[in-house]
Design a binder for this molecule. Sequence first.
Ligand SMILES: Cc1cc2nc3c(=O)[nH]c(=O)nc-3n(C[C@H](O)[C@H](O)[C@H](O)COP(=O)(O)O)c2cc1C
Length: 370
Amino acid sequence: MSTTTRAIFSPIQVGNNNLQHRVVLAPLTRLRATLDAVPTDLQAEYYKQRASEGGLMITEGTFIHRLAGHYELAPGIYTQEQIKGWKKITSAVHEKKAVIFLQLWHLGRSGHSKWNPNGERAVSASAVPLSGKNRYGDDHEVPRPLEIDEIKVIVEQYRQAALNAIEAGFDGVELHSANGYLLDQFINSGTNHRTDIYGGSAENRARFTLEAIDAIVQAIGPERTAIRLSPGEVFQDMHDDTEVETWSHITSELQKNHPQLAYLHFVQSRANIFGNDKQIVPLNTLQPYRQIWKGPFITASGFTTAVEAGLDLAESTGNLIAFGRAFIANPDLPERLRHGWELNPYNRSTFYTQGPVGYTDYPFYNAAKN
Ligand SMILES: Cc1cc2nc3c(=O)[nH]c(=O)nc-3n(C[C@H](O)[C@H](O)[C@H](O)COP(=O)(O)O)c2cc1C
């Protein structure tokens, strides 16, 4: 079968958008914003390069509030200046008729009081610290468990961030409820030892995430709301005792209460790509959730080093496939896949550096080579 006739290149309706293909830009933190977390012209160039007609792009994780955590040069969506910065990006990608969702981020215990304006302690579901050191070489601190009132405040921050994203011109938002960050720390039993209505059963551990979705849907509508989940993820010490039950519950609730969500985005488990450049055979662990969710379904993780497996999965399931590292290195990834052209290799050493090197200088495929 020629690549162009494969399912990955067939159209699909996602929220209010009619996508022309299913090759998705995965959310990728690249640390090219300003110190005030304002998106830059360089970021606009990067996203514009990766925009394709009818293609879906998800932005890097973006802080919903100054206290949602802080990585130097990661962007936010809580000031007017940030909204203005993002407008340049959404205009640039809309010129190329692409669709762009903003990923809403709160670090939870992966944050650190050192980066908070008044030394506020990092927060989480329970006082369970992350092992090892953070990216600045500090020990992770013991997080402060959130009070119920504070959970309500953060739900409100997600809602406001979603409204800000729409003001900035985004087509929708993706709630980051994956990869061991705040909402995932509530979902996983390993990090949630609470005894109130946010802890214990799968239903209780999922409550914060589902409340955040309710609030966002209420503010901007289900067609502009999406979520990323990572069942069984081990990154950042995640562990859950009831994996299939937990994420089946979340998926069922979303199907029942919000069947019009733009998409659900699942990261396949145990394909740890952070620091691993070896080929990973993606495990087919998402079937239980795929069966429950009737709408658009994105699968991610490991397809950069197993491109053909991604194309095959799209063929057998109709899923959209998110590519991370391959999209970093190939601004024209959809075209390259469509034509079966070779891919540029990615350079891990420039993932988190500053400036255009390893960011906007990866070459487009030169068709003349053919
Ligand atoms: C440099 C880098 C930054 C990432 N940043 C984020 C992020 O901000 N939010 C997120 O949900 N996932 C993030 N991820 C995970 C990717 O979205 C994706 O799931 C992962 O790269 C696996 O896909 P791949 O095998 O195609 O690279 C990041 C991955 C990399 C390599």
